[in-house]
Design a protein around this ligand. Structure first.
Ligand code: CA
Length: 417
């Protein structure tokens, strides 16, 4: 799913709670419509839907579509349940990557790259996005079209629009979904997707669909469910619209020298030449080529794991899904599909999945010991990483700011919370 409005959520690396992407949109919560209480009776839902209908018609959706589709929507308790779900533990980078980039997915991706070579080449010509990336997005979003989600999108979106948490965002998504039905892209009863309304081969949210989807097979319809040419061409157009730079890759794995200052991995963007001067090499120990581009260093599992230089397209991928883990997974899967081997430094698999309580305790303990981590909030952010680095430096450790098991044990965090 694609939430282009997530630009204000800083991509906290270690603190990546497994938020569903739609949850991020909750930060933009605002109320513009009368909404009902969580367990309000059915007639309150109908009343809310009447408001949504009027809103959609005012926004330009045809009366026929607005009335016809919204007369059929139902309140889906399951959607509210999924929306309220709070992950208890953070996901480590190793867990995240290994689940998404594995041998099956790589070999399927390679086969599909060949099978759809002609189509993908056409998309690359039109958008500048190389074929392996298109296949990688397809693989991460729906396992190459294997699973689109089975929820009825109009009902899911109406349910979320009538819920108080993110009414404005989902009202906008519902209106966009009605426009998509209005243009004849798909019959309303066939408009299925994730519980939050992400649809088709590449899981576009309705607003992304409206703005970026294109008709790739020339039949006059934008059908991201049943037409792979439409889906791939739309993915390419979305990435191009987000600023994809066809001249460069997403980034690359790199090696860091001994005694590297991990404070450099704070999002700052330096020329490759500058990284070179700091002793950073490619994954095989060779000097970085003098490409005139800026890159940021990303170290998702601490000093024992891989390091990456993230080029401009890394940020483009994060415009699709604002998660550094996701961006690395897309880039690495694309590399693998294109024929590259495994990471030189695979992420260690023995790192703890921190709970919010663990992080809270860690922050409190760091503060108590004089390592300022800010107001404890249970989320790994720059201040917490910086406090861990200071603590590590004071204790003759590699100061990578990563909350390893050792650090947790030392700082008396109870992992059984
Ligand atoms: Ca089409």
């Amino acid at each position: 799913m694609h939430n282009t409005q997530s630009g204000t959520l800083s991509g906290t690396l270690f603190g990546q709670w497994t938020l569903h992407r739609a949850a991020i949109a909750g930060l933009f919560l605002a109320l513009s419509l009368p909404v009902q209480a969580d367990d309000a009776p059915a007639d309150d839902f109908r009343q809310c839907v009447t408001g949504l209908r009027d809103h959609a018609i005012e926004a330009g959706v045809s009366e026929e579509t607005a009335r016809g589709v919204l007369a059929e929507v139902e309140h889906l308790d399951r959607v509210i349940e999924l929306d309220r779900r709070q992950p208890e533990f953070t996901t480590t980078f190793a867990d995240y990557l290994n689940r998404r980039v594995n041998e099956d997915r790589i070999s399927n991706g390679r086969a599909l790259l060949k099978e759809h070579g002609e189509l993908l080449e056409r998309v690359t010509e039109a958008t500048g996005v190389p074929a392996p990336y298109l296949v990688a997005f397809w693989g991460l979003e729906t396992n190459f079209g294997a699973y689109f989600g089975k929820m009825p999108v109009p009902s899911s979106l109406a349910t979320l629009a009538c819920d108080k948490r993110r009414s404005t965002f989902f009202t906008e998504q519902l209106t966009a979904a009605l426009r998509i039905i209005d243009e004849g892209a798909i019959a309303p009863e066939q408009m299925e997707g994730s519980w939050a309304g992400a649809m088709g081969h590449v899981q576009f949210m309705p607003t992304v669909f409206l703005k970026h989807a294109v008709d790739g097979d020339g039949d006059g319809k934008r059908d991201l469910w049943n037409s792979l040419p439409d889906a791939m061409m739309s993915a390419g157009h979305f990435l191009r619209d987000l600023g994809w730079d066809g001249d460069y890759r997403w980034g690359r794995e790199v090696l860091l020298p001994e005694d590297f200052d991990y404070a450099m991995a704070d999002g700052r963007r330096l020329d490759l030449k500058q990284w070179n001067e700091l002793g950073v090499t490619d994954a095989f120990g060779n000097a970085l080529a003098g490409e005139p581009i800026k890159a940021a260093l990303v170290v998702p599992s601490g000093h024992r794991g891989p390091a990456f230089l993230a080029y401009r397209n890394f940020n483009v991928i994060m415009g699709w899904n604002r998660s550094e883990f996701y961006a690395i997974a897309v880039g690495h899967l694309a590399d693998r599909i294109a024929g590259a081997g495994e990471l030189q430094n695979p992420p260690p698999e023995d790192q703890p999945n921190l709970s919010r309580n663990n992080i809270l305790t860690l922050q409190q303990t760091l503060n108590d010991k004089g390592f300022e981590s800010g107001k404890p909030d249970g989320i790994m952010g720059p201040a917490t990483r910086s406090a861990i680095r200071d603590y590590q430096a004071d204790n003759q450790r590699i100061a990578d700011g990563y909350p390893s098991q050792d650090i947790l044990n030392e700082l008396t965090v109870n992992l059984d919370d």
